[in-house]
Design a protein around this ligand. Structure first.
Ligand code: DAH
Length: 342
């Protein structure tokens, strides 16, 4: 055996040299296996011990142990250092600065029905109308009785009205605000009441269980159909941004007398007939009439002294016409691809 002392110190030095270069935990482990492993270089030396004198054996054995311990400690230290580096790198890469300002308000906008509603509110306010609210959960009295709708009227039917267990209901129209408005403010009164209404409908492209209406009413002395037509024409010109031709047909609603269906001359074909107006030249848009004396009385108003007109505009329907939307269900779908277009 060559000088074992020299071999050991050479192995020691070379292992330290390799360790110096090891820059991953795997590389450190490879150095350990190579030097200290069961078949490692330092263990090879122990196999030669038989050839040594007992004195040499003791001396070399001690030396070998010292070197092994030294290497073991350095390997561990190197491993720990590399682990710290790896952790630091990970912390640096995963660090989030919570104080960085947010990327800004995500641009949003009002729902198309709300846009139409706000526009009409502005118009009516400019004409001296008050904007009133009524409850969506309404009493049978305001939704039906006070509007002169008799108990056997089909609108009260189970199919059309969502009834609550306590006898109240989800309002089927915005008309109840007529009587609430009269009670609250008294005549003379010019008011609109936009809002959400509910019907127990079979849902299809033109029917929803939830939609929006805008109720309007004017009560004063000597209000006539002429006032009604004036305000309706003003309203429709503002909505469609042009002069519109209207016609009145008789229509029945228990809370107006006389009652009308107000049609506009078709804006698509100008009255000559097209698919939109079903070749008639006219589009039905706005039910209206002169407030029924019974409704005035329910509102605490003397019909001998006061008269009024009222109308019910389908806001959702109007938005559909304005934006050429062919499926009412899109409005409440929550589909951003639809909503982002407005
Ligand atoms: N409330 C009626 C409905 O939802 C619409 C209506 C018709 C309102 C005539 C009115 C009116 O104010 O005068 O079907």
């Amino acid at each position: 055996m060559a000088d074992p002392e020299q071999t050991i110190s050479q192995l020691h030095a070379s292992a330290l040299g390799q360790l110096e270069l090891a820059d991953t935990i795997e590389a450190v482990e490879a150095v350990r296996v190579d030097a200290l492993g069961r078949k490692g270089k330092l263990n090879e030396i122990s196999k030669e011990f038989g050839k040594l004198t007992p004195g040499e054996r003791k001396h070399i054995g001690k030396l070998l142990n010292t070197v092994k311990q030294d290497l073991e400690a350095r390997l561990e230290a190197r491993k720990a250092a590399l682990e710290t580096v790896a952790l630091d790198a990970r912390l640096a890469s995963e660090w989030i600065d919570l104080t960085t300002p947010a990327p800004g308000v995500r641009p949003g906008h009002l729902h198309p029905v709300t846009q139409v509603q706000r526009e009409l509110e502005e118009l009516f306010v400019s004409l001296g109308f008050a904007v009133l609210d009524g409850p969506e959960v309404e009493s049978e009295y305001y939704n039906f009785d006070a509007l002169n709708i008799p108990a056997d009227h089909p609108a009260r039917d189970m199919q059309d009205t969502f009834w609550l267990k306590d006898g109240r209901l989800l309002r089927t129209h915005t008309s109840p605000v007529q009587v609430r408005g009269l009670e609250m403010l008294g005549p003379p009164l010019k008011m609109i009441a936009p809002g959400r209404v509910f019907r127990n409908e079979e849902v299809d492209p033109s029917h929803e269980h939830t939609f929006y209406q805008l109720e309007g009413m004017m009560v004063d002395r000597d209000v006539s159909v002429a006032h009604l037509i004036y305000f309706m024409k003003t309203l429709l010109s503002a909505i469609f941004h042009r002069e519109v031709t209207v016609r009145l047909r008789p229509g029945f609603f228990p809370f107006v007398e006389p009652g009308f269906e107000l049609d506009i001359q078709c804006l698509i074909c100008g009255g000559t007939g097209c698919p939109v107006c079903k070749q008639s030249g006219w589009v039905e848009l706005l039910p209206c009439g002169l407030v029924h004396p019974s409704v005035l009385r329910y509102g605490g108003v003397d019909p001998e002294e006061w008269s009024g007109f009222a109308f019910g505009l389908g806001l959702t329907r109007l938005a559909m016409m304005r934006y050429a939307i062919d499926d009412i269900r899109l409005f409440a779908s929550g589909d951003l691809r639809f909503l982002k277009q407005f």
